[in-house]
Design a protein around this ligand. Structure first.
Ligand code: GLC
Ligand code: CA
Length: 541
């Protein structure tokens, strides 16, 4: 049998360094802070750390605006600290996945500083320039953070393209020399010992701005194949691309092994289950639960034997799942475990975002002053101008703002939640006195230990990794249930997604593998009464 890829049994843990752990009391999490917590990640059992950007950056977008791909931001430490982190991770069996932002650089990257100087500058063509005049942008493409995607540049009287902040000019992937520089840089990190890459908004690198093509441009997959060949393709690494615009057909193009592109992608179809179709993420609607589970199921079915899924609820860009689709009050613990069960029971590589494993919640924002993220602030003023009410804007922000995920990690009940001995760069959620790592580690029924069990199961049970997936009761309004099959084994995952008790009907008997409530070792599936947010993984016998 072909040797299967190690990352199929793996669980990834995303660290947002700024908010993880501060080692030198300047209020900003850093690499040495991460090093001091490796014992904790080891205890949880994860295999890979996805490290959000630690490169030098003016932080217009918290590090997703890189000014030097080869360095480490002094806020986070030194290249020596990074080497130590890689080594110490290796010693405890953890691999590092670096976050690479290749669609754009910071406007303070030397390439851009050069490029904007003159039309003839050798770096000019590393970016995308178009004529226009001081009042007329080349076209009406817009930035994800609001306003036009074009910024006028005084020096040469031309506009440059930026799909994100104006301090994040888009790179011109048509330029072969630019691509060659990217490959060298990636190889530099590979040689240093990183074992994976997470590629930021990779689905827009093939853009054709003159035809207003942004996602999934015609040369996108050529670029990825070239990248694979020139960098990680011959190495035993793991790669994941962030692709907001992917459907299942596109998902297969990226992740089918014989195409030699990436191992998997982040797609966001199911994460749009609470937003009005065709509108922005701020345009809220109640969760469409039927859509949610059918979308997950569609990806499971379509990629079966053809590609590989990544499984996630959270990231530094998404609100906290227990607040979003669970319950962050009376049933926080049950709901967090149920959501973990739904996700980790499926086929794919699961991702945990820091704090998810202790059930961290959204932040209780009260005014616009509470936000740090450029996306939130821009949206506030844009919608104010458009006449939206303060109440509606704040509701969207409280529900969806990325800052919900970016509050510092809650380690214990001491000063500043144990995150820093100084003044934290951002608000700490006041609920740290009840929700924190120390208390989770002391309670054997905590969310933490439930995640630990799920991670362990994935290593021990091939059925979780290789078994096929089939959604049960797709039209049921409360239950998310599915079957996994592998060789002779059949597992059923049964989750009550809501607070209201409900009933699940099936047949036969099953041995309980894991549950978030006390259960008998064997249960009858004829008629199960499911309590609030109850979750069961069981094996048919
Ligand atoms: C990705 C990142 C996000 C960032 C954006 C621009 O979506 O995850 O945090 O703002 O790309 O780089
Ligand atoms: Ca620090």
């Amino acid at each position: 049998m072909m040797k299967e890829k190690w990352w199929k049994h793996s669980v990834v843990y995303q660290i947002y360094p700024r908010s993880f752990c501060d080692s030198n009391a300047d209020g900003i999490g850093d690499i040495n802070g991460i090093r001091s917590k490796l014992w904790y990640l080891k205890e949880l059992g994860i295999d890979i750390i996805w490290l959000s950007p630690v490169y030098p950056s003016p932080n217009a977008d918290n590090g997703y605006d890189i000014s030097d791909y080869y360095g480490i931001s002094s806020e986070f430490g030194t290249i020596e600290d990074m080497k130590k982190l890689i080594q110490e991770c290796e010693n405890c069996g953890i691999n590092i996945m670096m976050d690479l932002v290749l669609n754009h650089t910071s406007d303070e990257h030397t390439w851009f500083i050069e490029a904007k100087k003159s039309i003839n500058n050798p770096y000019r063509d590393y970016y995308i320039w178009r004529k226009g005049n001081a009042d007329n942008e080349p076209n009406d493409m817009t930035s994800c953070f609001g306003g036009s995607a074009w910024e006028y540049s005084q020096e040469t009287g031309e506009y440059y393209l930026h799909f994100y902040h104006k301090k994040q000019p888009d790179l011109n992937w048509e330029n072969e020399k630019m691509r060659a520089e990217i490959w060298s840089m990636m190889n530099y990190w590979i040689d240093m010992g990183v074992r994976g890459f997470r590629l930021d908004v990779i689905d827009v690198i093939g853009k054709i701005p003159d035809q207003k093509i942004k996602e999934n441009g015609p040369k996108l997959h050529n670029y990825l194949q070239e990248m694979n060949k020139k960098t990680f393709g011959s190495k035993d690494m793991v790669t994941v691309g962030e692709c907001w615009g992917a459907d299942t057909e596109i998902g297969k193009l990226y992740s089918a092994p014989d195409r030699k592109e990436l191992d998997m992608i982040f797609q966001f179809e199911q994460m749009q289950a609470d937003q009005i179709e065709g509108k922005q993420k701020w345009d809220l609607k109640p969760l469409d639960f039927i859509y949610l589970k059918n979308t997950f199921a569609k990806w499971q079915r379509e990629l079966e034997g053809k590609g590989w899924n990544s499984l996630f609820w959270n990231s530094h860009d998404l609100p906290r799942i227990v607040s979003r689709w669970g319950n962050d009050k009376q049933y926080r613990v049950e709901a967090a475990k149920m959501l973990a069960t739904v996700l980790h029971g499926m086929k794919g590589t699961p991702y945990i975002y820091q704090g998810e494993e202790i059930g961290m919640t959204n932040y209780p924002f009260s005014t616009i002053e509470d936000f740090a993220d450029i996306e939130a602030i821009n949206m506030y003023y844009e919608r104010k101008q458009m006449g939206y009410s303060e109440k509606d804007i704040m509701k969207s922000l409280c529900t969806k703002a990325r800052d919900n995920a970016r509050t510092p990690m809650q380690w214990n009940t001491s000063y500043q939640a144990g995150f820093t001995e100084g003044t934290p760069w951002y608000h700490i959620n006041p609920n740290y006195t009840k929700i924190n790592v120390e208390m989770a580690l002391e309670d054997k029924n905590s969310i933490f230990y439930y995640y630990q069990k799920l991670i362990k199961l994935r290593k021990e049970e091939d059925i979780l990794v290789y078994g096929t997936f089939e959604l049960l009761c797709p039209e049921d309004k409360h239950i998310f249930a599915y079957i996994r099959k592998w060789n002779e084994k059949i597992w059923i995952v049964i989750c009550n997604f809501y607070e209201k008790s409900t009933e699940f009907l099936y047949s036969g008997k099953a041995k309980v593998i894991l549950s978030n409530y006390k259960q008998e070792t064997t249960i009858s599936l004829e008629q199960i009464k499911l309590r609030p947010y109850e979750a069961i993984i069981c094996e048919l016998i």
